[in-house]
Design a protein around this ligand. Structure first.
Ligand code: AMP
Length: 118
């Protein structure tokens, strides 16, 4: 499967559609989820053309992988979640209902999140 350059997160990265930006560095861009599932719900996307976790792990340079995961912890800290806790989620493929084919990690927090799945 080829990367779709017109997916909605690619358009957000190119500044073609608006978002509520939370954080940006050389490796990652983070913005509020449009349909929050928790009081704090932010999406972190790498600045590169990666469809999902498998694609990212297989093809991103090591510095990008480290930089991206560092950015997740920076965003969580910026959201004030480091002490209270948070969950990261990344959906890969149909059974996980991945709806946007650009690798992304959800950061969810701001309340007790309960068990892993509803
Ligand atoms: P997933 O189901 O893991 O692919 O997650 C995609 C997420 O993107 C969902 O939680 C959507 O609410 C969110 N989303 C879709 N379009 C936008 C948008 N334009 N801005 C912010 N979040 C979005």
């Amino acid at each position: 499967m080829a990367y779709d350059k017109n997916n909605i997160f690619a358009q957000i990265l190119r500044g073609e559609i608006p978002c509520r930006k939370v954080y940006e560095d050389a490796f990652a861009f983070a913005f509020e989820d449009i349909a929050p599932a928790a009081p704090k719900h932010v999406l972190v996307v790498p600045k590169g053309e990666y469809i999902s976790l498998h694609d990212f792990a297989a093809h991103a340079p090591g510095a990008m992988v480290k930089g991206f995961f560092d950015s997740i912890t920076r965003v969580a800290a910026k959201l004030g979640l480091e002490e209270s806790g948070y969950r990261i989620v990344s959906n890969h493929g149909p059974d996980a209902a991945q709806s946007v084919p650009h690798f992304h990690v959800h950061i969810l927090g701001g309340r007790s999140l309960g068990g892993l799945l509803p």
